[in-house]
Design a protein around this ligand. Structure first.
Ligand code: PLP
Length: 217
């Protein structure tokens, strides 16, 4: 886990929290990172996250970072620490319902579509604004929107990536997310340095810690 400690050292100076993205990686690999002190792990598939949750120490904080179908919320509601990929009001309602059943308040990030690619999930700024400021959202007592998440375009154009992060950061500051506890999740292995320069305080890093994945979801 040499890469993990190098990255943690790097993040220390900027007060950025690391989500170690462990999708497709084994329980053993996660345990190795855990034993090196890492406690926050990110998964993008519900079933994989549930299996790893059951197999691993219970003080791990699990972040869901992939698209979540409403019919699968119930499987993670008992234990998930942060759902980073909320992309509809309907999903928020379902999370609220399942959180209530578990007597919990589940923290959520709204995922914003900032990339130029069509394929990525996420809300537009207008859609996000509606959700953030709507009284219907305020009525959901078992969820808390604690910030925003975004993925930049997968490109070598660093200026484009920077601009996309900058736009999201601006929106973050202009929404209600200027308080000290708010989270802005931007940056992956290839672009987390730019993301931090542009205001990220939560980075989601997989391959730079665990090595390349054999397949991606
Ligand atoms: C896979 C994934 C990451 C991590 O990607 P790496 O390039 O391996 O760091 C971050 N965020 C999301 C949403 C992902 O699906």
């Amino acid at each position: 886990m040499n890469n993990l400690s190098a990255i943690l050292n790097e993040l220390k100076t900027s007060n950025t929290t690391l989500v170690a993205v462990s999708k497709t990686k084994s329980v053993e690999a996660i345990l190795e990172a855990y034993n090196a002190g890492q406690r926050i792990f990110g998964e993008n598939k519900v079933q994989e996250m549930v299996e790893k949750y059951e197999a691993l120490p219970k003080d791990i904080q699990w972040h869901l970072i992939g698209h979540l179908q409403t019919n699968k919320v119930k499987y993670i509601a008992p234990f998930v620490s942060l759902i980073q990929s909320v992309d509809s009001f309907k999903l928020l309602q379902e999370i609220n319902k399942e959180a209530a059943k578990n007597n919990r308040i589940i923290d959520c990030l709204l995922q914003i579509h900032i990339a130029k690619e069509e394929t990525k999930f996420g809300l537009s700024f207008d859609e996000a604004k509606k959700i953030i400021f709507s009284p219907e959202t305020k009525a959901l007592k078992n969820i808390k929107i604690v910030g925003l998440m975004g993925m930049a375009t997968n490109t070598d154009n660093q200026e484009q990536i920077r601009e996309e992060f900058r736009t999201l950061h601006k929106f973050f500051l202009n929404s209600q997310f200027s308080t000290i506890n708010s989270q802005l999740s931007m940056g992956m292995s290839s672009d987390y340095k730019i993301a931090i320069e542009e205001g990220s305080n939560l980075v989601r890093i997989g391959s730079a810690i665990f090595g390349e994945r054999n397949y991606t979801h």
